[in-house]
Write a protein that binds this ligand. Structure first.
Ligand code: GUN
Length: 290
């Protein structure tokens, strides 16, 4: 292992602590706590874990957490009317509808119903549009967290750096490419139809992997000294029978011999997502105050 380990867990804790200080300051000035509403529809086990962690982190940062749970048979009207009620509620600064939703509910329609100025996930098309034209809005939490880790390594100005983003999702790949472009990097978006992924990755000073394929990016694809950010969280069989473990999209053992700096999985990008969510919620509260 020659690479420096990028400690996302520690970075996220610092960020949560800072957000907590500002949230206390907000409360003193305005006489109310910052508030985040999270909506969970159904019983998806992974979503339940995420929602519980978000709630705990929100309260630990001195904010109010409003959790709304709907049955997995809830109608679209029921969900949309809850979102509209949260849009109107002055105590609510941020609204997050946990995805995925049960199949009978139209995710796009639900996200489009959230007030863009409370859309702390940054999933509303208005916020995607704002990001693409450089207007103030909300940026999705995971790519913004990745950008913070990258800038912490390389500085705020990525002029002259070649970056490759592997994955083109609306939630990670596309906003990530936009953020890196805005920071002056020269960006390539690679995906499942890219002809020579290995050669593309090999040119990059910054690699962001968000494909959801366990340990797909190998060490000998990585340019020596590159900064490697692994967004993947894949559960695979562990060494012991019946046990599983989490791995990223990057083959950590081989890549960490070549990279200059690399995020581990777990403990890299994962903890940043919730920390940035709290940051976005705080920013929303300050904007709404003005
Ligand atoms: N499901 C998994 N991650 C996320 C997230 O960041 N936001 C929402 N709304 N749903 C998710």
């Amino acid at each position: 292992m020659g690479a420096a380990l990028i400690d996302g867990k520690a970075f996220a804790k610092d960020l949560r602590d800072k957000v907590g200080e500002f949230a206390a300051n907000f409360e003193q000035r305005s006489g109310r706590k910052v508030g985040l509403a999270v909506v969970l529809v159904g019983e998806d086990p992974a979503s339940q874990v995420y929602v519980r962690s978000k709630g705990k982190a929100t309260v630990a940062a001195g904010m109010n957490s409003y959790e709304h749970r709907l049955d997995d048979t809830a109608s679209e009207e029921e969900l949309l009317s809850l979102v509209e009620q949260l849009n109107q509620d002055p105590k609510v600064d941020g609204i997050l509808v946990q995805l995925p939703l049960p199949k009978h509910l139209d995710e796009q329609k639900v996200i489009s119903t959230i007030d863009p100025d409370k859309d702390v996930d940054g999933f509303h098309i208005i916020n995607a549009g704002r990001l693409s034209v450089g207007q103030e809005g909300f940026v999705p939490c995971t790519p913004l967290g990745c950008l913070m880790l990258i800038k912490d390594q390389l500085g705020d100005d990525l002029s002259g750096k070649d970056a490759v983003v592997i994955g083109r999702s609306n939630i990670v790949g596309k906003p990530m490419a936009q953020l890196l472009t805005d920071a002056n990097a020269t960006v390539t978006i690679a995906h499942s139809r890219t002809k020579d992924l290995e050669a593309t990755v090999k040119r990059a000073d910054i690699v962001v992997a968000a494909v959801g394929r366990p340990e797909m990016i190998k060490g000998d694809w990585i340019k020596p000294g590159a900064t490697v950010i692994d967004v993947g969280i894949n559960r695979v069989p562990g060494k012991e029978e019946g046990k599983t473990k989490l791995v990223g999209d990057v083959d950590f053992d081989s890549a960490s011999d070549v990279a200059g700096a690399i995020t581990p999985v777990p403990g890299g990008v994962g903890p940043m997502t919730i920390a940035v969510l709290l940051r976005n919620t705080l920013v929303s509260a300050y904007r709404r105050e003005n």
